[in-house]
Ligand binder design. Structure first.
Ligand SMILES: Nc1ncnc2c1ncn2[C@@H]1O[C@H](COP(=O)(O)OP(=O)(O)O)[C@@H](O)[C@H]1O
Ligand SMILES: [Mg+2]
Length: 356
């Protein structure tokens, strides 16, 4: 049995449908990320699961128990919201103990649990400090300790890392992942940051305008996006509209003929190719083509952007098809990169094509 089941969960705010018939099954111990742009309904969905917002329609089950109309304190969910809102006048230990006192847990047992939770987030040595004597990352870990201290069945996190700078965010997210798998804690993590979702989640729920667009592993979502929205929201993508002619031949609207994997069917109206799948090389005067991939287009370089680990190229075919290609900067000895105006060949294998 799944641990959390959402069944046509819906939230109406007047005319606005914030969450629109969301159905989902979450297994015990899973780390789920709700991912989508601002306003797509992530927070509202999480708040309904926590019991802080009442559903307009649909049901929420924890195991086989219908919790749709239960108050938050009867759901046993640990919460961490955006910004960490610790009590400024209480020590770290007192902040973490707060939820236990509310639950009338005995004092000695409470102290043991507080120290255990603080040890889990590696802050047991700072138990007596005040929040303002901690860094942002440490405060965020206190908020996490406060959410896990009463041993919740599920952990609900709403953009918990958004107040941290890039380096800390990376650090705390690794710790969160480690902690979550150590405790086997069923976790829902809300974020609008695709990198964060791809790196922490077992499965990602991509949302748009209150609806679920796709549910899948990070690899599924990235390599086999189900919709154009997903393809474009997660990672960069080259989206090309057109139609299928002969078996494995896709006619781009601009006139290029592209080879796609055979057996893709005839109902295809668009294809997508990730920038890192496109290989760029200088055009050879002889016209000889040593490593010929299924698709090879003559292109002109329009823009070159250095991005540290990779260089991004915008290239264009004669008929005006524009593509973005990435090249890893993994060779320090490589001579100067291609420049705008250079003539090149962009190629990719048929199997790199995502079809819609
Ligand atoms: N209390 C409310 N009253 C009216 N509209 C709301 C309320 N809360 C959220 N909304 C609307 O519902 C939609 C989803 O909001 P939210 O769940 O906060 O999105 P997200 O967390 O994905 O950014 C938005 O259009 C938002 O403006
Ligand atoms: Mg939100």
């Amino acid at each position: 049995m799944s641990q959390i089941t959402l069944n046509n969960l819906t939230k109406q705010h007047g005319d606005v449908t914030a969450v629109d018939r969301v159905s989902l099954e979450i297994k015990q111990g899973e780390f789920i990320a709700f991912l989508g742009p601002s306003g797509c309904g992530k927070t509202t969905t999480l708040r309904m699961i926590a019991g802080l917002t009442m559903a307009s329609e649909g049901n929420i089950y924890f195991g086989d128990r219908d919790v749709t109309y239960l108050p938050p304190y009867l759901r046993n969910a640990g919460l961490v919201f955006q910004g960490y809102a610790l009590f400024p006048h209480m020590s770290v230990a007192q902040n973490v103990a707060f939820g236990l006192e509310m639950r009338k847990i005995d004092r000695t047992e409470g102290q043991r649990r507080v120290m255990e939770a603080l040890a889990l987030v590696k802050l047991d040595h700072l138990a007596d400090r005040l929040p303002r004597q901690l860094s942002g990352g440490q405060q965020q870990r206190v908020a996490l300790a406060r959410a896990i201290v009463y041993e919740p069945d599920v952990l609900l996190l709403d953009e918990p890392l958004s107040a941290l700078d890039a380096k800390l965010r990376h650090e705390v997210r690794s710790e969160l992942k480690r902690l979550q798998s150590k405790l086997g804690l069923t976790t829902i993590f809300v974020t609008h940051d695709q990198d964060e979702a791809l790196s922490v989640a077992d499965r990602i729920v991509v949302m748009s305008a209150g609806k679920v667009e796709q549910v899948g592993t990070p690899r599924d979502i990235y390599q086999r996006p189900a919709t154009r929205f997903v393809a474009e929201f997660i990672g960069l993508t080259n989206f090309i509209v057109g139609w299928v002619g002969a078996a494995d031949c896709f006619h781009a609207a601009g006139g290029e003929k592209l080879v796609i994997s055979a057996g893709c069917g005839s109902g295809i109206t668009a294809v997508a190719i990730r920038p890192e799948q496109i290989n760029l090389r200088e055009r050879e005067a002889s016209g000889r083509d040593a490593n010929s991939l299924a698709n090879s287009l003559q292109v002109t370089v329009e823009e070159v952007t250095y991005r540290g680990a990779l260089t991004e190229f915008v290239v264009k075919t004669n008929s005006g098809l524009q593509l973005i290609a990435h090249r890893q900067n993994d060779d320090m000895s490589r001579s100067a990169p291609p420049q705008p105006g250079d003539l090149m060949v962009a190629s990719w294998p048929a199997a790199a094509t995502i079809v819609f």
